[in-house]
Design a protein around this ligand. Structure first.
Ligand code: ADP
Ligand code: MG
Ligand code: ZN
Length: 412
């Protein structure tokens, strides 16, 4: 359902019934939002349902997954979560002069397996690249990443979404999956908000610096209409399940091992060129992805209906208030001066290795669910109950150990 708030605009008026269902709501005055601003006769409302009646959304999702390798991507430091600050560091991940990186083979293997599971092509030859910028959590003065030569590209993931016409499959195109490294973590002390503004000082923990990350970027997602928020959530849910099945990551969104940035734009009709997008950063739960996309669609629609235009910018998602606020605009965007990493050899995975990895992929989670449901001969509803209980593995094991499927299931 669309937000229980509405964005106020000049020129329209809500019915008494819809006003009653609009609390709490957020007022829209030019570019700024305030919660619970008073309703005035000149103020008119823009409701969520109007968004899809008047606009066609396009999405783009960028997911960062932290790999569960025992050691970091370019050094031998351990990666255990929650260790005392700065106890899992060495000259390489601290970026000290004279240190040299070495690639983690399991990191590359995981990247290829993820690429294959997403139906991607695997590069015959690719390199790392330096993404140059300075921030205290990145002591090398650059992030080792990939740029125009990603290890995996051009794939897709099918996701199922409940629609008014039953379950529909949306094919999400995958642009690329590339290897990079995580940054350290800063904590700002002394301020009221935990943000850098108003803080007395900041602490930096480099334990996370250099942990392998895979960034998975979708192609622009079109044709989702009013289901765009649900499709976004279903995609990240399916991706998370797939990554968990591959055993490459613990995929804990609350610990930051899986992070999602959501790009959203609107256009009047599907035949128009893409509208200007915003990129909402670090949305850290499945529910928030759906809410953030829904909010951003509603906000953009309100701006456009009011004759305004969308600024290409990053936005921050606020879990507590359920809104996004403006971050860095395109004009302020950094020039990363990418260039090929001279300290690492190119990656040229042999076709034999790639085929070996392809052959050892686990069954696709969606295929497995459909297969088990058919073997057990149970209804969609019964299957959903098992899935909601997170009991698929245990029921499968119990049946494999000789129990009748109905008996195995009735515990859940
Ligand atoms: P950036 O460097 O800004 O993060 P990327 O290319 O890594 O850019 O990611 C942009 C994401 O947004 C991709 O998923 C892309 O498919 C998607 N995208 C590109 N243009 C639009 C648009 N106009 N509306 C919505 N999504 C878009
Ligand atoms: Mg990006
Ligand atoms: Zn190290």
């Amino acid at each position: 359902s669309w937000p229980s708030f509405a964005i106020m605009m000049r020129g329209r008026r809500p019915s008494a019934a819809s006003k009653a269902s609009m609390s709490p709501w957020i007022a829209f005055h030019g570019a700024s939002f305030s919660k619970g601003a008073p309703y005035t006769p000149e103020t008119v409302w823009f409701e969520g349902d109007d968004v899809v009646a008047s606009f066609d959304p396009v999405l783009g999702l960028e997911v960062h997954v932290e790999l569960g390798t025992a050691t970091k991507m370019f050094c031998g430091c351990p990666t255990t979560f929650g260790a005392a600050p700065n106890t899992q560091v060495c000259p390489t991940c601290l970026g000290l002069p004279g240190s040299l990186p070495v690639v983690n083979k399991v990191g590359v293997e995981s990247a290829i397996r993820i690429g294959l599971a997403l139906n991607c092509s695997i590069a015959e030859w690719c390199r790392f690249a330096r993404k140059n910028y300075f921030y205290p959590d990145m002591p090398k003065n650059f992030q080792t990443s990939q740029y125009d030569e990603p290890i995996a590209y051009d794939g897709y993931l099918d996701v199922d979404v409940e629609t008014d016409e039953g379950v529909k499959t949306f094919r999400i195109g995958i642009e690329r999956a590339h290897m990079e490294e995580d940054t350290g973590k800063t904590t700002h002390q002394g301020g009221a908000t935990g943000r850098i503004h108003g803080a007395d000082y900041s602490l930096v923990d480099y334990n996370r610096a250099g942990i392998p990350l895979i960034e998975i970027v979708t192609k622009p997602i079109e044709g989702t209409g009013k289901y765009a928020p649900e499709v976004a959530r279903a995609y990240v849910t399916a991706l998370r399940e797939l990554l968990r099945g591959l055993g490459v990551s613990d995929v804990k969104m609350e610990q930051g091992s899986l992070r999602c940035d959501a790009n959203v734009s609107l256009r009047r009709t599907p035949s128009d060129t893409f509208g200007t997008r915003t990129e909402t950063k670090n949305v850290n739960s499945l529910r928030s992805i759906e809410r953030a996309v829904r909010y951003e669609m509603t906000r953009q629609a309100a701006v456009l209906e009011d004759g305004g235009s969308i600024t290409q910018e990053t936005r921050h998602w606020h879990e507590d208030t359920g809104i996004t606020t403006s971050g860095r605009s395109k004009e302020e965007a950094e020039d990363y001066r990418y260039f090929p990493e001279p300290d690492l050899v190119p990656i040229a995975p042999s076709r034999e290795w790639v085929e070996e990895l392809r052959a050892s992929l686990p069954e696709n989670p969606a295929v497995r669910r459909a297969r088990l449901q058919q073997v057990w001969g149970i209804s969609d509803l019964d299957m959903q109950t098992v899935l909601n209980a997170g009991a698929l593995d245990v029921v499968e094991d119990t049946v494999a150990a000789g129990a009748d499927q109905a008996a195995a299931r009735k515990w859940w």
